[in-house]
Write a protein that binds this ligand. Sequence first.
Ligand code: PEP
Ligand code: MN
Length: 442
Amino acid sequence: MIPDLAALHAQGAAQQPTYPDPAAVDRAVARLRTSPPLVFAGECDDLKLKLAAVSRGEAFLLQGGDCAETLAGVTADNVRNKLRVLLQMAVVLTYSGSVPVVKLGRLAGQYAKPRSSDTETRDGVTLPAYRGDAVNGFDFTLEARTPDPQRLVDVYNASAATLNLIRAFVNGGYADLRQVHTWNNDFVRESPHAQRYEQMANEIERALTFMKAIGADPDEFHRVDFHSSHEALVLEYEHAMTRIDSRTEKPYDVSAHFVWIGERTRQIDGAHVDLLSRIQNPIGVKLGPTTTADDALALAAKLNPTNEEGRLTFITRFGAGKIREGLPDLVEKVTAAGVNVAWVCDPMHGNTFTASSGYKTRAFDDVIEEVQGFFDVHRAVGTWPGGVHVELTGDDVTECVGGGEELAEIDLGNRYESVCDPRLNRVQSLELAFLVAKMLRK
Ligand code: PEP
Ligand code: MN
């Protein structure tokens, strides 16, 4: 049912590391194959049901996290901060946008990156490009940049630790709605968004007290459903983590609940599309501005031949300047063909530019403009703008310009920590949530 790894590679796989030692690859893959699943098939099925509600226009997807996780970034504070900002955003969207929100972390596996070039040259020295901690190290030395398959095992262990912490937070009381104020603690008090959030939290608290007083205290108040996702990029990792579920006897990629195919690896005859066509997880595909309606229809036919609801999510990332022109045709034709899909907007990857200081950045206004374009197009066509996919962090980094704090290009150097693409910081993320909630209300 699943081709072996060599057969998969033979189909042509873009963006793969070139490992110098094949025996070491075999050892790492063998280790992964015997490692326990990170998620259960039944949990993937639950998420698929939730995404089916998104595709029907009954729920909204919030998917977010780092562009690239790092092994060093797996600390309790870091994971909690990311979860916290996602919980805050979700409660804003649910309360102000009046819609159920499906919460999906871009975490516990988001360690491999596609790159525009195989190499990087600095001061006349050319080395392999950094492809994420799953592949090689960020330091610009030959040793660090040489792909090391043991890193796949390290990433598995880091993902297990991350998920363990997330599960404990989510089920152990941290995600309890009565914590709605606590999530806002230690936030910059002067921020108008923090104050706006405080106001909303007061209203929620009053509503909770009222519900309790009338005897209603459902389980949903005390915990949330939270799922994991990452780009399925390195075939060794995803293949080794694909297992036959004993209950259904069908294959699942148990490295995450949801995996997606990136813009650079969505070739219809390529290995990534083939592997993901064979697993049962809910999956996504990134669609950039050159995507034709025929491309999208071919992907849907191959990845979801039974047209199952919730199975397929199209994550469009056109760029603020292109979405209004490019998206309508795609949405109209896919809809006319009767294809079941959840439409989600990634307002990050079409809006990256290099600041004069040399930092890769994105403008908050472009991010908002793309989301607004996404809403406008879907409203005009009569389809549901199903969600947002964002690169963000719970920390006060300075990687994207603009937003309420009016971060300028000159500020980028203050706290630029991403090893790949620029992320929205905590204030910008919360601001985005309030703006999207407003779009949802209209
Ligand atoms: C990403 O999500 O980090 C990414 C590389 O996106 P895309 O495949 O859309 O370029
Ligand atoms: Mn990115």
